[in-house]
Design a protein around this ligand. Structure first.
Ligand SMILES: Cc1cc2nc3c(=O)[nH]c(=O)nc-3n(C[C@H](O)[C@H](O)[C@H](O)COP(=O)(O)O)c2cc1C
Length: 190
C-alpha cells in the first residue's frame, strides 16, 4: 500500500505534523510506503481560472502540482491536513485545492461533476488543528478539506480535529485528539 500525507502548515514540527504522525502510526506498523509532503516546500502557483483543464484532467500550469497529482494517482490512501488560518485552511492548502479543479470534470452540465478518483477506492482522512477551544473558531477548515476530498472522488473514512493547540508541539497534551487520530489511521488502511 502507498499513503501520501499532504500538510498545509509550514511549521515542520508543528501541531498539524504531529497530528499527521499520529494518523500514520498504525499505517507505519504495516508494510506501507508513506510519502509526506509539506505544501510549503512545493512551488504551486495560483489557479488562474483559465479552464484549460476542462477536458484533459490536467492543469496547464506546469510546476510541482503535477508531481503531487502523480503521487495521488499512485496512492491507496491520502491524509489531507491543515491548521486553521482565519477560520479556514492555509493559503498553501487553498492554492493546492484550487489547482485540483483539474481533477473534476463536468461531462453533462455545470451542476454535475465527476472526480478523477471516483470508484478507485482510495481512502482519505482529513485533519485540522486550531488554537481556540471553541469549534466555531476552526471555521470551515475541516469541512472544506472533507468536501474537497469527496468532490475529487476520495473515500473520506474519517475526519480528525484538535482544538486548543497554539505553540508548535502543544498538541502533545491533547491526548484524546491524538487517540482519535490513531483510530482514523487504522480506518485509512481498511
Ligand atoms: C495567520 C494565522 C491565522 C490563524 N487563525 C486562527 C483561527 O482563525 N482560529 C484559530 O483557532 N486559530 C488560528 N490560528 C492558530 C493556528 O491554527 C494554530 O497555532 C495551529 O496550531 C498551527 O498549526 P501548526 O503548528 O501545524 O502550524 C492562526 C494562526 C496564524 C499564524
Amino acid at each position: 500500500m502507498k499513503i501520501i500525507s499532504i500538510n498545509g502548515s509550514r511549521r515542520k514540527k508543528g501541531n498539524t505534523e504531529l497530528l499527521i504522525q499520529s494518523i500514520l502510526k498504525p499505517v507505519e506498523k504495516s508494510a506501507t510506503h508513506v510519502e509526506s509532503i509539506f505544501l510549503g516546500d512545493c512551488t504551486i502557483g495560483a489557479c488562474t481560472g483559465c479552464e484549460g483543464c476542462r477536458s484533459s484532467w490536467e492543469c496547464v500550469i506546469k510546476d510541482d502540482f503535477q508531481s503531487l497529482v502523480e503521487m495521488m494517482d499512485e496512492a491507496d490512501g491520502v491524509v489531507l491536513a491543515s491548521p486553521t488560518y482565519w477560520y479556514t485552511v492555509t493559503s498553501d492548502m487553498k492554492c493546492f485545492i484550487d489547482r485540483c479543479y483539474s481533477l473534476i470534470q463536468f461531462p453533462k452540465n455545470r451542476s454535475e461533476w465527476i472526480g478523477k478518483y471516483d470508484g478507485t477506492g482510495k481512502t482519505c482522512v482529513t485533519a485540522a488543528v486550531c488554537e481556540q477551544k471553541q469549534e466555531a473558531n476552526m471555521g470551515n477548515t475541516l469541512t472544506l478539506l472533507t468536501d474537497f476530498a469527496k468532490d475529487i472522488g476520495l473515500n473520506v473514512v474519517d475526519s480528525v480535529k484538535a482544538l486548543n493547540c497554539f505553540e508548535a508541539g502543544s498538541i502533545q497534551k491533547e491526548k484524546a485528539a491524538l487517540k482519535d487520530a490513531e483510530a482514523a489511521g487504522q480506518r485509512l488502511l481498511q
